[in-house]
Write a protein that binds this ligand. Structure first.
Ligand code: FAD
Length: 323
């Protein structure tokens, strides 16, 4: 089985979610005598390529056309479809994102493949049978699909697989892709990045506060814990609606979807709309004074207690461990 992995970069750096996609592809390849080729489009720091080998790619194809330095869904789809066909690939893997998911869908159309998004497990492959599990209803339910098309595109949810770091060296080959003016019907003119030490969508750790914090004047305990952990801060929707916190910190179905290794929810009840934004987190810790708060059902660890007592003690304890 020949597996191509679409690699998403940010300013020349390979995204962690793309390393997970390579690890995912490696897991499939290991069970099905497959090969894993990573496709990098546009600018990438040479020093970043080693991680793709360690994640399980045996070959890296780099299309270093400067036109691809600026993200473009249509151009990425054209380039990926060409390489998919040129390499006689059977399977394309992408890590779910606002850019990669639509690029994967367009690529699927161009190469005549079936696409499955929101994939959460390595597929079961046996002979011609290819079964894949995906999350539906914002992660509240799962379904298993049989994919009968010979060519397949799988879009994998963040944090669905463990990242492999013990692979080897991958060969790097430059490739050219045919992209045309028609691939740039939409052009990015300017990009303004959210400012702050740790950006919420990319954060490895998030400390989030809800209405249980009582008011914006109490956010110091959230910020201090976040600062101690090197975390980003988030909040529930009512908190940003009431202007206690800026809107770009609002986490959930209608806000930012996060996928950190650790999500600490403080004074948040755990409404379904909030959970929809955090259910890709690897580990969820809930601090709430109500033992019946629904969030405890989704938590890996729970502390029943008053945030104003628990948080300062937790921050002090973490500082003590760190010093
Ligand atoms: C269409 C739609 C979309 C929505 N999208 C989102 C979304 O994207 N994100 C989102 O968050 N919400 C969203 N909501 C709102 C959601 O339904 C909830 O109303 C909201 O998440 C509740 O926020 P909260 O948990 O901060 O507040 P509350 O529900 O008021 O919960 C506060 C919690 O704090 C606890 N608490 C109180 N005092 C303390 C204390 N001293 N120490 C510890 N714990 C304490 C309480 O026990 C309680 O569990 C949406 C709603 C709708 C209808």
């Amino acid at each position: 089985m020949s597996i191509l992995v679409f690699i998403e970069t940010d300013n020349g750096n390979v995204k962690k979610s793309s390393l997970e996609a390579v690890s995912y592809a490696h897991a499939i390849a290991a069970q099905n005598q497959g090969t894993v080729t990573a496709l990098v489009l546009g600018k990438v720091e040479e020093s970043q390529l080693g991680a793709l080998g360690m994640a399980g790619a045996s070959k890296i194809l780099h299309a270093d056309d400067t036109a691809l330095d600026t993200p473009s869904i249509m151009a990425y789809a054209s380039a990926t479809a060409k390489i998919f066909n040129d390499t006689n690939s059977d399977l394309l893997i992408l890590a779910q994102s606002a850019l990669a998911t639509p690029a994967g869908a367009r690529t699927a159309v161009k190469v005549g493949a079936a696409m499955v998004s929101n994939v959460i497990e390595v597929p079961e492959v046996s002979g011609d049978s290819f079964k894949v599990k995906r999350g539906i209803f914002t992660g509240k339910a799962f379904e298993t699909l049989t994919v009968t098309a010979p060519k397949k595109v799988l879009v994998v949810k963040k944090n669905a697989v463990e990242m492999k770091t013990d692979g080897g060296d991958a060969t790097v080959e430059k490739v050219s892709v045919d992209i045309s003016e028609g691939d740039f019907k939409l052009k990015v003119l300017e990009t303004h990045k959210q400012e702050g030490d740790v950006l919420l969508p990319e954060a490895e750790i998030v400390v989030s506060g809800g209405r249980g914090l009582k008011g914006p004047e109490n956010w110091g305990i959230i910020e201090e814990l976040a600062g101690t952990l090197g975390a980003a801060t988030g909040c529930s929707k009512p908190v940003s609606d009431m202007d206690w916190r800026p809107h770009h910190e609002h986490v959930g179905q209608t806000g930012i979807k996060v996928s950190p290794n650790l999500y600490i929810a403080v004074g948040i009840s755990g409404a379904i709309q909030h959970l929809a934004g955090v259910n890709s987190s690897k580990c969820i810790v809930v601090i709430n004074k109500d033992p019946e708060a629904p969030f405890f059902k989704a938590a890996d660890y729970g502390v029943v207690g008053d945030a104003f007592e628990v948080l300062p003690k937790l921050t002090e304890a973490i500082k003590a461990v760190k010093s």
